[in-house]
Ligand binder design. Sequence first.
Ligand code: FAD
Length: 390
Amino acid sequence: SGSSKYTGIVEDCCCDYETVDSINEEVLHPILQELVTTPFFRYFKVKLWCDCPFWPDDGMCRLRDCSVCECPENEFPEPFKKPFHGLPSDDLICQEGKPQAAVDRTLDSKAFRGWVEIDNPWTYDDETDNAEMTYVNLQLNPERYTGYVGPSARRIWDAIYTENCPKYPTGDFCPEKRVLYKLISGLHSSISVHIASDYLLDEATNLWGQNLELLYERVLRHPDHVKNLYFTFLFVLRAVTKAADYLEQAEYDTGNSEEDLKTHSLVRQLLYNPKLRAACPLPFDEAKLWQGESGPELKQEIQKQFRNISALMDCVGCEKCRLWGKLQVLGLGTALKILFSVDGQNQLNQPLQLQRNEVIALGNLLNRLSESIQFVRETGPAAEKIMERQ
Ligand code: FAD
């Protein structure tokens, strides 16, 4: 078993594919699967209202039937109330309205109360006073197939790739830009893997299952998509291990002492795992980047591009996709922050400061990537066999 097609060192990283597969299966995946169910990690604070700064005359969010958006009537400028003619009419099928695209906001009130009662230093910033923020129980909202397809979805990916990580001819692609491209591509692969692993096979009977053809078509067929998934995983893993001392000392209190002790113990198992540290001590070597003459300007440019990508998440016309898009982009942004200083300046000596939500995003992103690697490893060879026979 195993995705034996991939051998050698993951490009731009420091560990090989076989090692990634084994540390994931034996160490990371089991710990992360448990970690994300803990009260600290399962609630994510997010603004789910679509507030797309791009395409001002367009956007699924403005379709009036998209009831999940719960946009107050008076917030609709008059022109948006008219039927929209910009996209083919079947695109008007409201992605938001599909039951599988909607976010379940049911909250475990006990855990929620813990959050309010405890004054956590991580959550004071711009995140506290915003009435549009909601807490979402991620366990009730798995990332999976939602029916979000067509021009609206395609446009977001196109904008991300063409505007923010342009594909340079390989030789001309500086390593820093290649990193950004690969991070996004790896995240895209992971999203596709989750769609394939939990797909609505039959709408009439509400039958969910694996879609191996989709896995093959979107991911396995393109070795780069698979390789970028491994790259992104190692990059995020490096950020987590680099921030180990900070994460070890962080406050995981949610008001449920038994559960919180478990959370802390799992975090410690993840951060200081001897097996992991021996097998892959440096998953990614960030010290090699930004060394050129134009390092500081390049960093600012890439930071701006990443901020654009994060703003694009507000244009995702499917609530659940927006939730996971925002969480995972915040997770990547947190990894970038840990590895490449606090802002675009050379302030590497500044002590690391993370917000609670950033830690939640980082942990959940790492778990998603770990699940994707596990699924590709377990299912990939069989899917390839089936598809290549056809
Ligand atoms: P897409 O996945 O849309 O890909 C578009 C093009 O990008 C491809 O043709 C290819 O040229 C290129 N591409 C594809 N994969 C990669 C890669 N790994 N690296 C580099 N280039 C690549 N749908 C759901 O069902 N559930 C979700 O949770 C979900 N979340 C989403 C989150 C975001 C932020 C976005 C933008 C979309 C999300 N979608 C989700 C939609 C989903 O990603 C696809 O866009 C949709 O299923 C249509 O797929 P497609 O076959 O057109 O190819």
